[in-house]
Design a protein around this ligand. Sequence first.
Ligand SMILES: [Zn+2]
Length: 143
Amino acid sequence: MTEKEVKKILTKCIAYLKTLPAGTKTSTYEILKDLGYDPEKLDLMDFHRSFYVEAREYDLVYVDPETRFSVAGLPYAIPFTVHNGTPVCPYCGSKHVASILYGMPATTEQLQRDLKAKKVVIGGCIVTDIDPWYHCNKCRKDF
Ligand SMILES: [Zn+2]
């Protein structure tokens, strides 16, 4: 399969993800099957990585707290939850949630204000596929 074909599948998967209702539990593998692709024909590890990174950039998914700490099996088969819209803490249901900012963000006045308002918290510099995306300001858990 060419890089262009893979990119096309990726775009379709993202578009499909956007149509799924919030709270849907699925995985890269299941989405490929839903769309009629044969997951075995793809380099699944690579595909999952690109897909998941893009899905997170669009803020479409988060990893289930229960599965994040029991990562058994292959990443592309690990379920994640679709969310389109305001993140809600899966532990306590609070909407008072901060985005976790990774890397070494430039210190700006806007960032200082967001930090003070607890809209943003700073994560580490080392980023993995399954890092939490949000921090709950109420129960202090990450998800
Ligand atoms: Zn919470």
